[in-house]
Each structure stands twice: as structure tokens, then as C-alpha cells.
Design a protein around this ligand. Sequence first.
Ligand SMILES: [Cu+2]
Length: 223
Amino acid sequence: MNEAFAYAERGAPGQIPDVPGGWDHLFGEMLIDITIIGILFTVITVYLLIRYRRREQGQEGNPPRLTTAAAIGWAIIPAFIFMADDFYLAAEGWTLFNEYRRVPENAYEVKVEGSMWSWHFIYPEGVESFGELRVPAGTPVVVRMTSKDVVHSFFIPDFRVKQDMMPGRMTYLWFYPKAPGEHLITCAEYCGLMHSGMKGMIKVVSQDEFNNWIETEKKNNNT
Ligand SMILES: [Cu+2]
């Protein structure tokens, strides 16, 4: 596949991929697939159970005899059909994972440090906040993260992103807050007594409101 075709399929350079949409699509596709396969297997199994059941005490079976070639064919061909579906889903998963890992060029970078049991956000302007991450709408955000103590996991269900944070290591995730609103952050790695209370909030505000907030916080820090 050449570059031009790749871009045509995945959006022009600079365009921000729809990661939550891709996640939902893949999840829906997987649900449909396992439902179809599940029903198919159930129907076939129930049919065979009834068709070849024992009808009287001491009855000896008299199943149709398959040639060796037919027996191998019946084993291999259906297996390949289901595996082809697995590989197809896996390939789609890899494509999406690449988008999860590729941070858009103009992303706004915030650092977050997890500790038992809170989130500490550090903005590039030197401003800091606890528990609440404020970001401007319409700009992708990359979160660089680490932990002070044990392993935590930074999870934003609305944006379909989750990433472990570990002491001594820097990890990242990115998300795209399109419109103003609030989104829950929660810890998704059991980290001790108050793990279930390790919540935070993402507050998406307009760019102007965000700039004002940064300016106010800078002044507060200086005084
Ligand atoms: Cu935690």
C-alpha cells in the first residue's frame, strides 16, 4: 500500500483520528461475531445431540463413515473460516492501536503523577492542579504519566483510553476533547485501601476560558 492510499483511507495528515469511534466500532463488530459464532455452534451441537442420541439401552452407534480426506476437510476448513475472522479482527485491532500510540502533532501536553490516592496534574505553563484536569476544547491532549508509589492506571471511560502509570517510568496516552463538558477519570489498577475512591474529573472548557484560567492560576502561584 503506498503512502497516498494509506492517507486516503485514514484521513489526511494532521487530521485527528476518531479513536473512541474506532474502539466502539471494533467492540460492536466483535460482539456481532461472537454472537453469530455462538448461535451457530449451539445450533449444530444441539442438532448433533438429538440426531445421534442413544435410542435404547446397549445400542451401538452407526454414524456415517467419512473418508480420510472428508474428515480432514471438515476439521480444517471450518477452523480456517473462524481463524480468518480472528485475524481480521486482530488486524483491525492493530490498526486502531497504532492510532492510540500516535500522538497528533499539535497536542497539548500535561504531566500527571499518580499517588495513593490522587492525581496531580502539571501544566506546561507551570500551573498545577489536583484531581481536576482542565483542558481546552478542540485540541488533542497528550498526558505523560508516572507514579510516586505503586502501579495505578489512568482511565477515562468516555474517551476509551486507559494506561498504566508506574514508578520510575514515563507512559502516555492521548485523547481529543471536542466540546466543553466533564469526563470522569478513575483508577483502573487496584492500588490499596482507597483505590475505589481514586477519582478525578476532566473539565473541558473553551480555549478562551482555559487561557483565562491558566493566567489566573499563574498569578495565584506567584503571590
Ligand atoms: Cu490507583
